[in-house]
Ligand binder design. Structure first.
Ligand code: NI
Length: 188
C-alpha cells in the first residue's frame, strides 16, 4: 500500500516517535508499505512520521544511487527502535533533500561516522557502524523520528530565505510526482 507523504507543516513531523512493541504492529507489512511508498516517490529513505505514524521506525534503500556511491548494493534496511550510540569523525557538508520538503535542497553538516543499535523487521537485534553516505541517510531518517527536519540544521538566515517556499509547501502549493498529505493547521 502506498501512503500519501506528510509534508512540512504537519505537527507529526515535529514529534518524537514512540518505540514499537514486538508483536503489536505488523512490522513486515509496515516495512513493505514504507518501501513501496518510498520507491513510488523515488526516495532513498523514509521514516514513519512521514506517513503520519509517530513511531520509531525508518527504511533506507541506497541502491538507486549505486552508480554514484560505492557500497550501496546491500544498503536496503529496516530500522526499528533505533538508538544512535555515538557519532564521530569529521563533519562534512552535503546538499540534502527530503520527500516531506519537496523542491528544497540545502547543505547540512553531519558527522562522518556513527554507531547504531536497532532491530530489523524480524526483530533481530543489531549493533553496527556506518560511514559516509550511508551514515548520512541514517542520520537524516533518525532525525525524523526525533521530530527534526533538515531545515532545522540550517542557519536562521537561510531558513528565513526559505520561509515563503516552506509556507507554500504547508499549504500544498507545491508540485510533486507523488501523493502528499497537506497539513491542516486549523489557522485562518
Ligand atoms: Ni526526510
Amino acid at each position: 500500500m502506498i501512503y500519501p507523504i506528510v509534508v512540512y507543516g504537519d505537527p507529526v513531523l515535529k514529534k518524537r516517535g514512540k518505540d514499537l512493541e514486538k508483536g503489536k504492529t505488523d512490522v513486515i507489512q509496515l516495512s513493505n508499505d514504507m518501501f513501496e511508498t518510498m520507491e513510488g516517490a523515488n526516495g532513498i529513505g523514509l521514516a514513519a512520521p512521514q506517513i503520519g505514524k509517530s513511531i520509531r521506525m525508518f527504511v533506507v534503500d541506497g541502491t538507486p544511487i549505486e552508480d554514484d556511491e560505492e557500497d550501496m548494493s546491500d544498503f536496503r534496511k529496516v530500522f526499528i527502535n533505533p538508538e544512535i550510540i555515538e557519532e564521530y569523525g569529521d563533519e562534512w557538508a552535503f546538499e540534502e533533500g527530503c520527500l516531506s520538503i519537496p523542491d528544497i535542497r540545502e547543505e547540512v553538516e553531519r558527522h562522518e561516522k556513527l554507531k547504531i543499535h536497532y532491530f530489523d523487521e524480524n526483530w533481530k537485534e543489531h549493533e553496527e557502524e556506518f560511514d559516509g553516505m550511508k551514515a548520512r541517510i541514517i542520520q537524516h531518517e533518525y532525525d525524523h523520528i526525533e521530530g527534526v527536519l533538515f531545515t532545522d540544521h540550517i542557519s536562521p538566515f537561510k531558513k528565513k530565505l526559505l520561509k515563503g517556499k516552506l509556507t507554500n509547501i504547508s499549504k500544498g502549493k507545491v508540485k510533486t510526482s507523488y501523493r502528499i498529505k497537506i497539513p491542516i493547521t486549523g489557522k485562518r
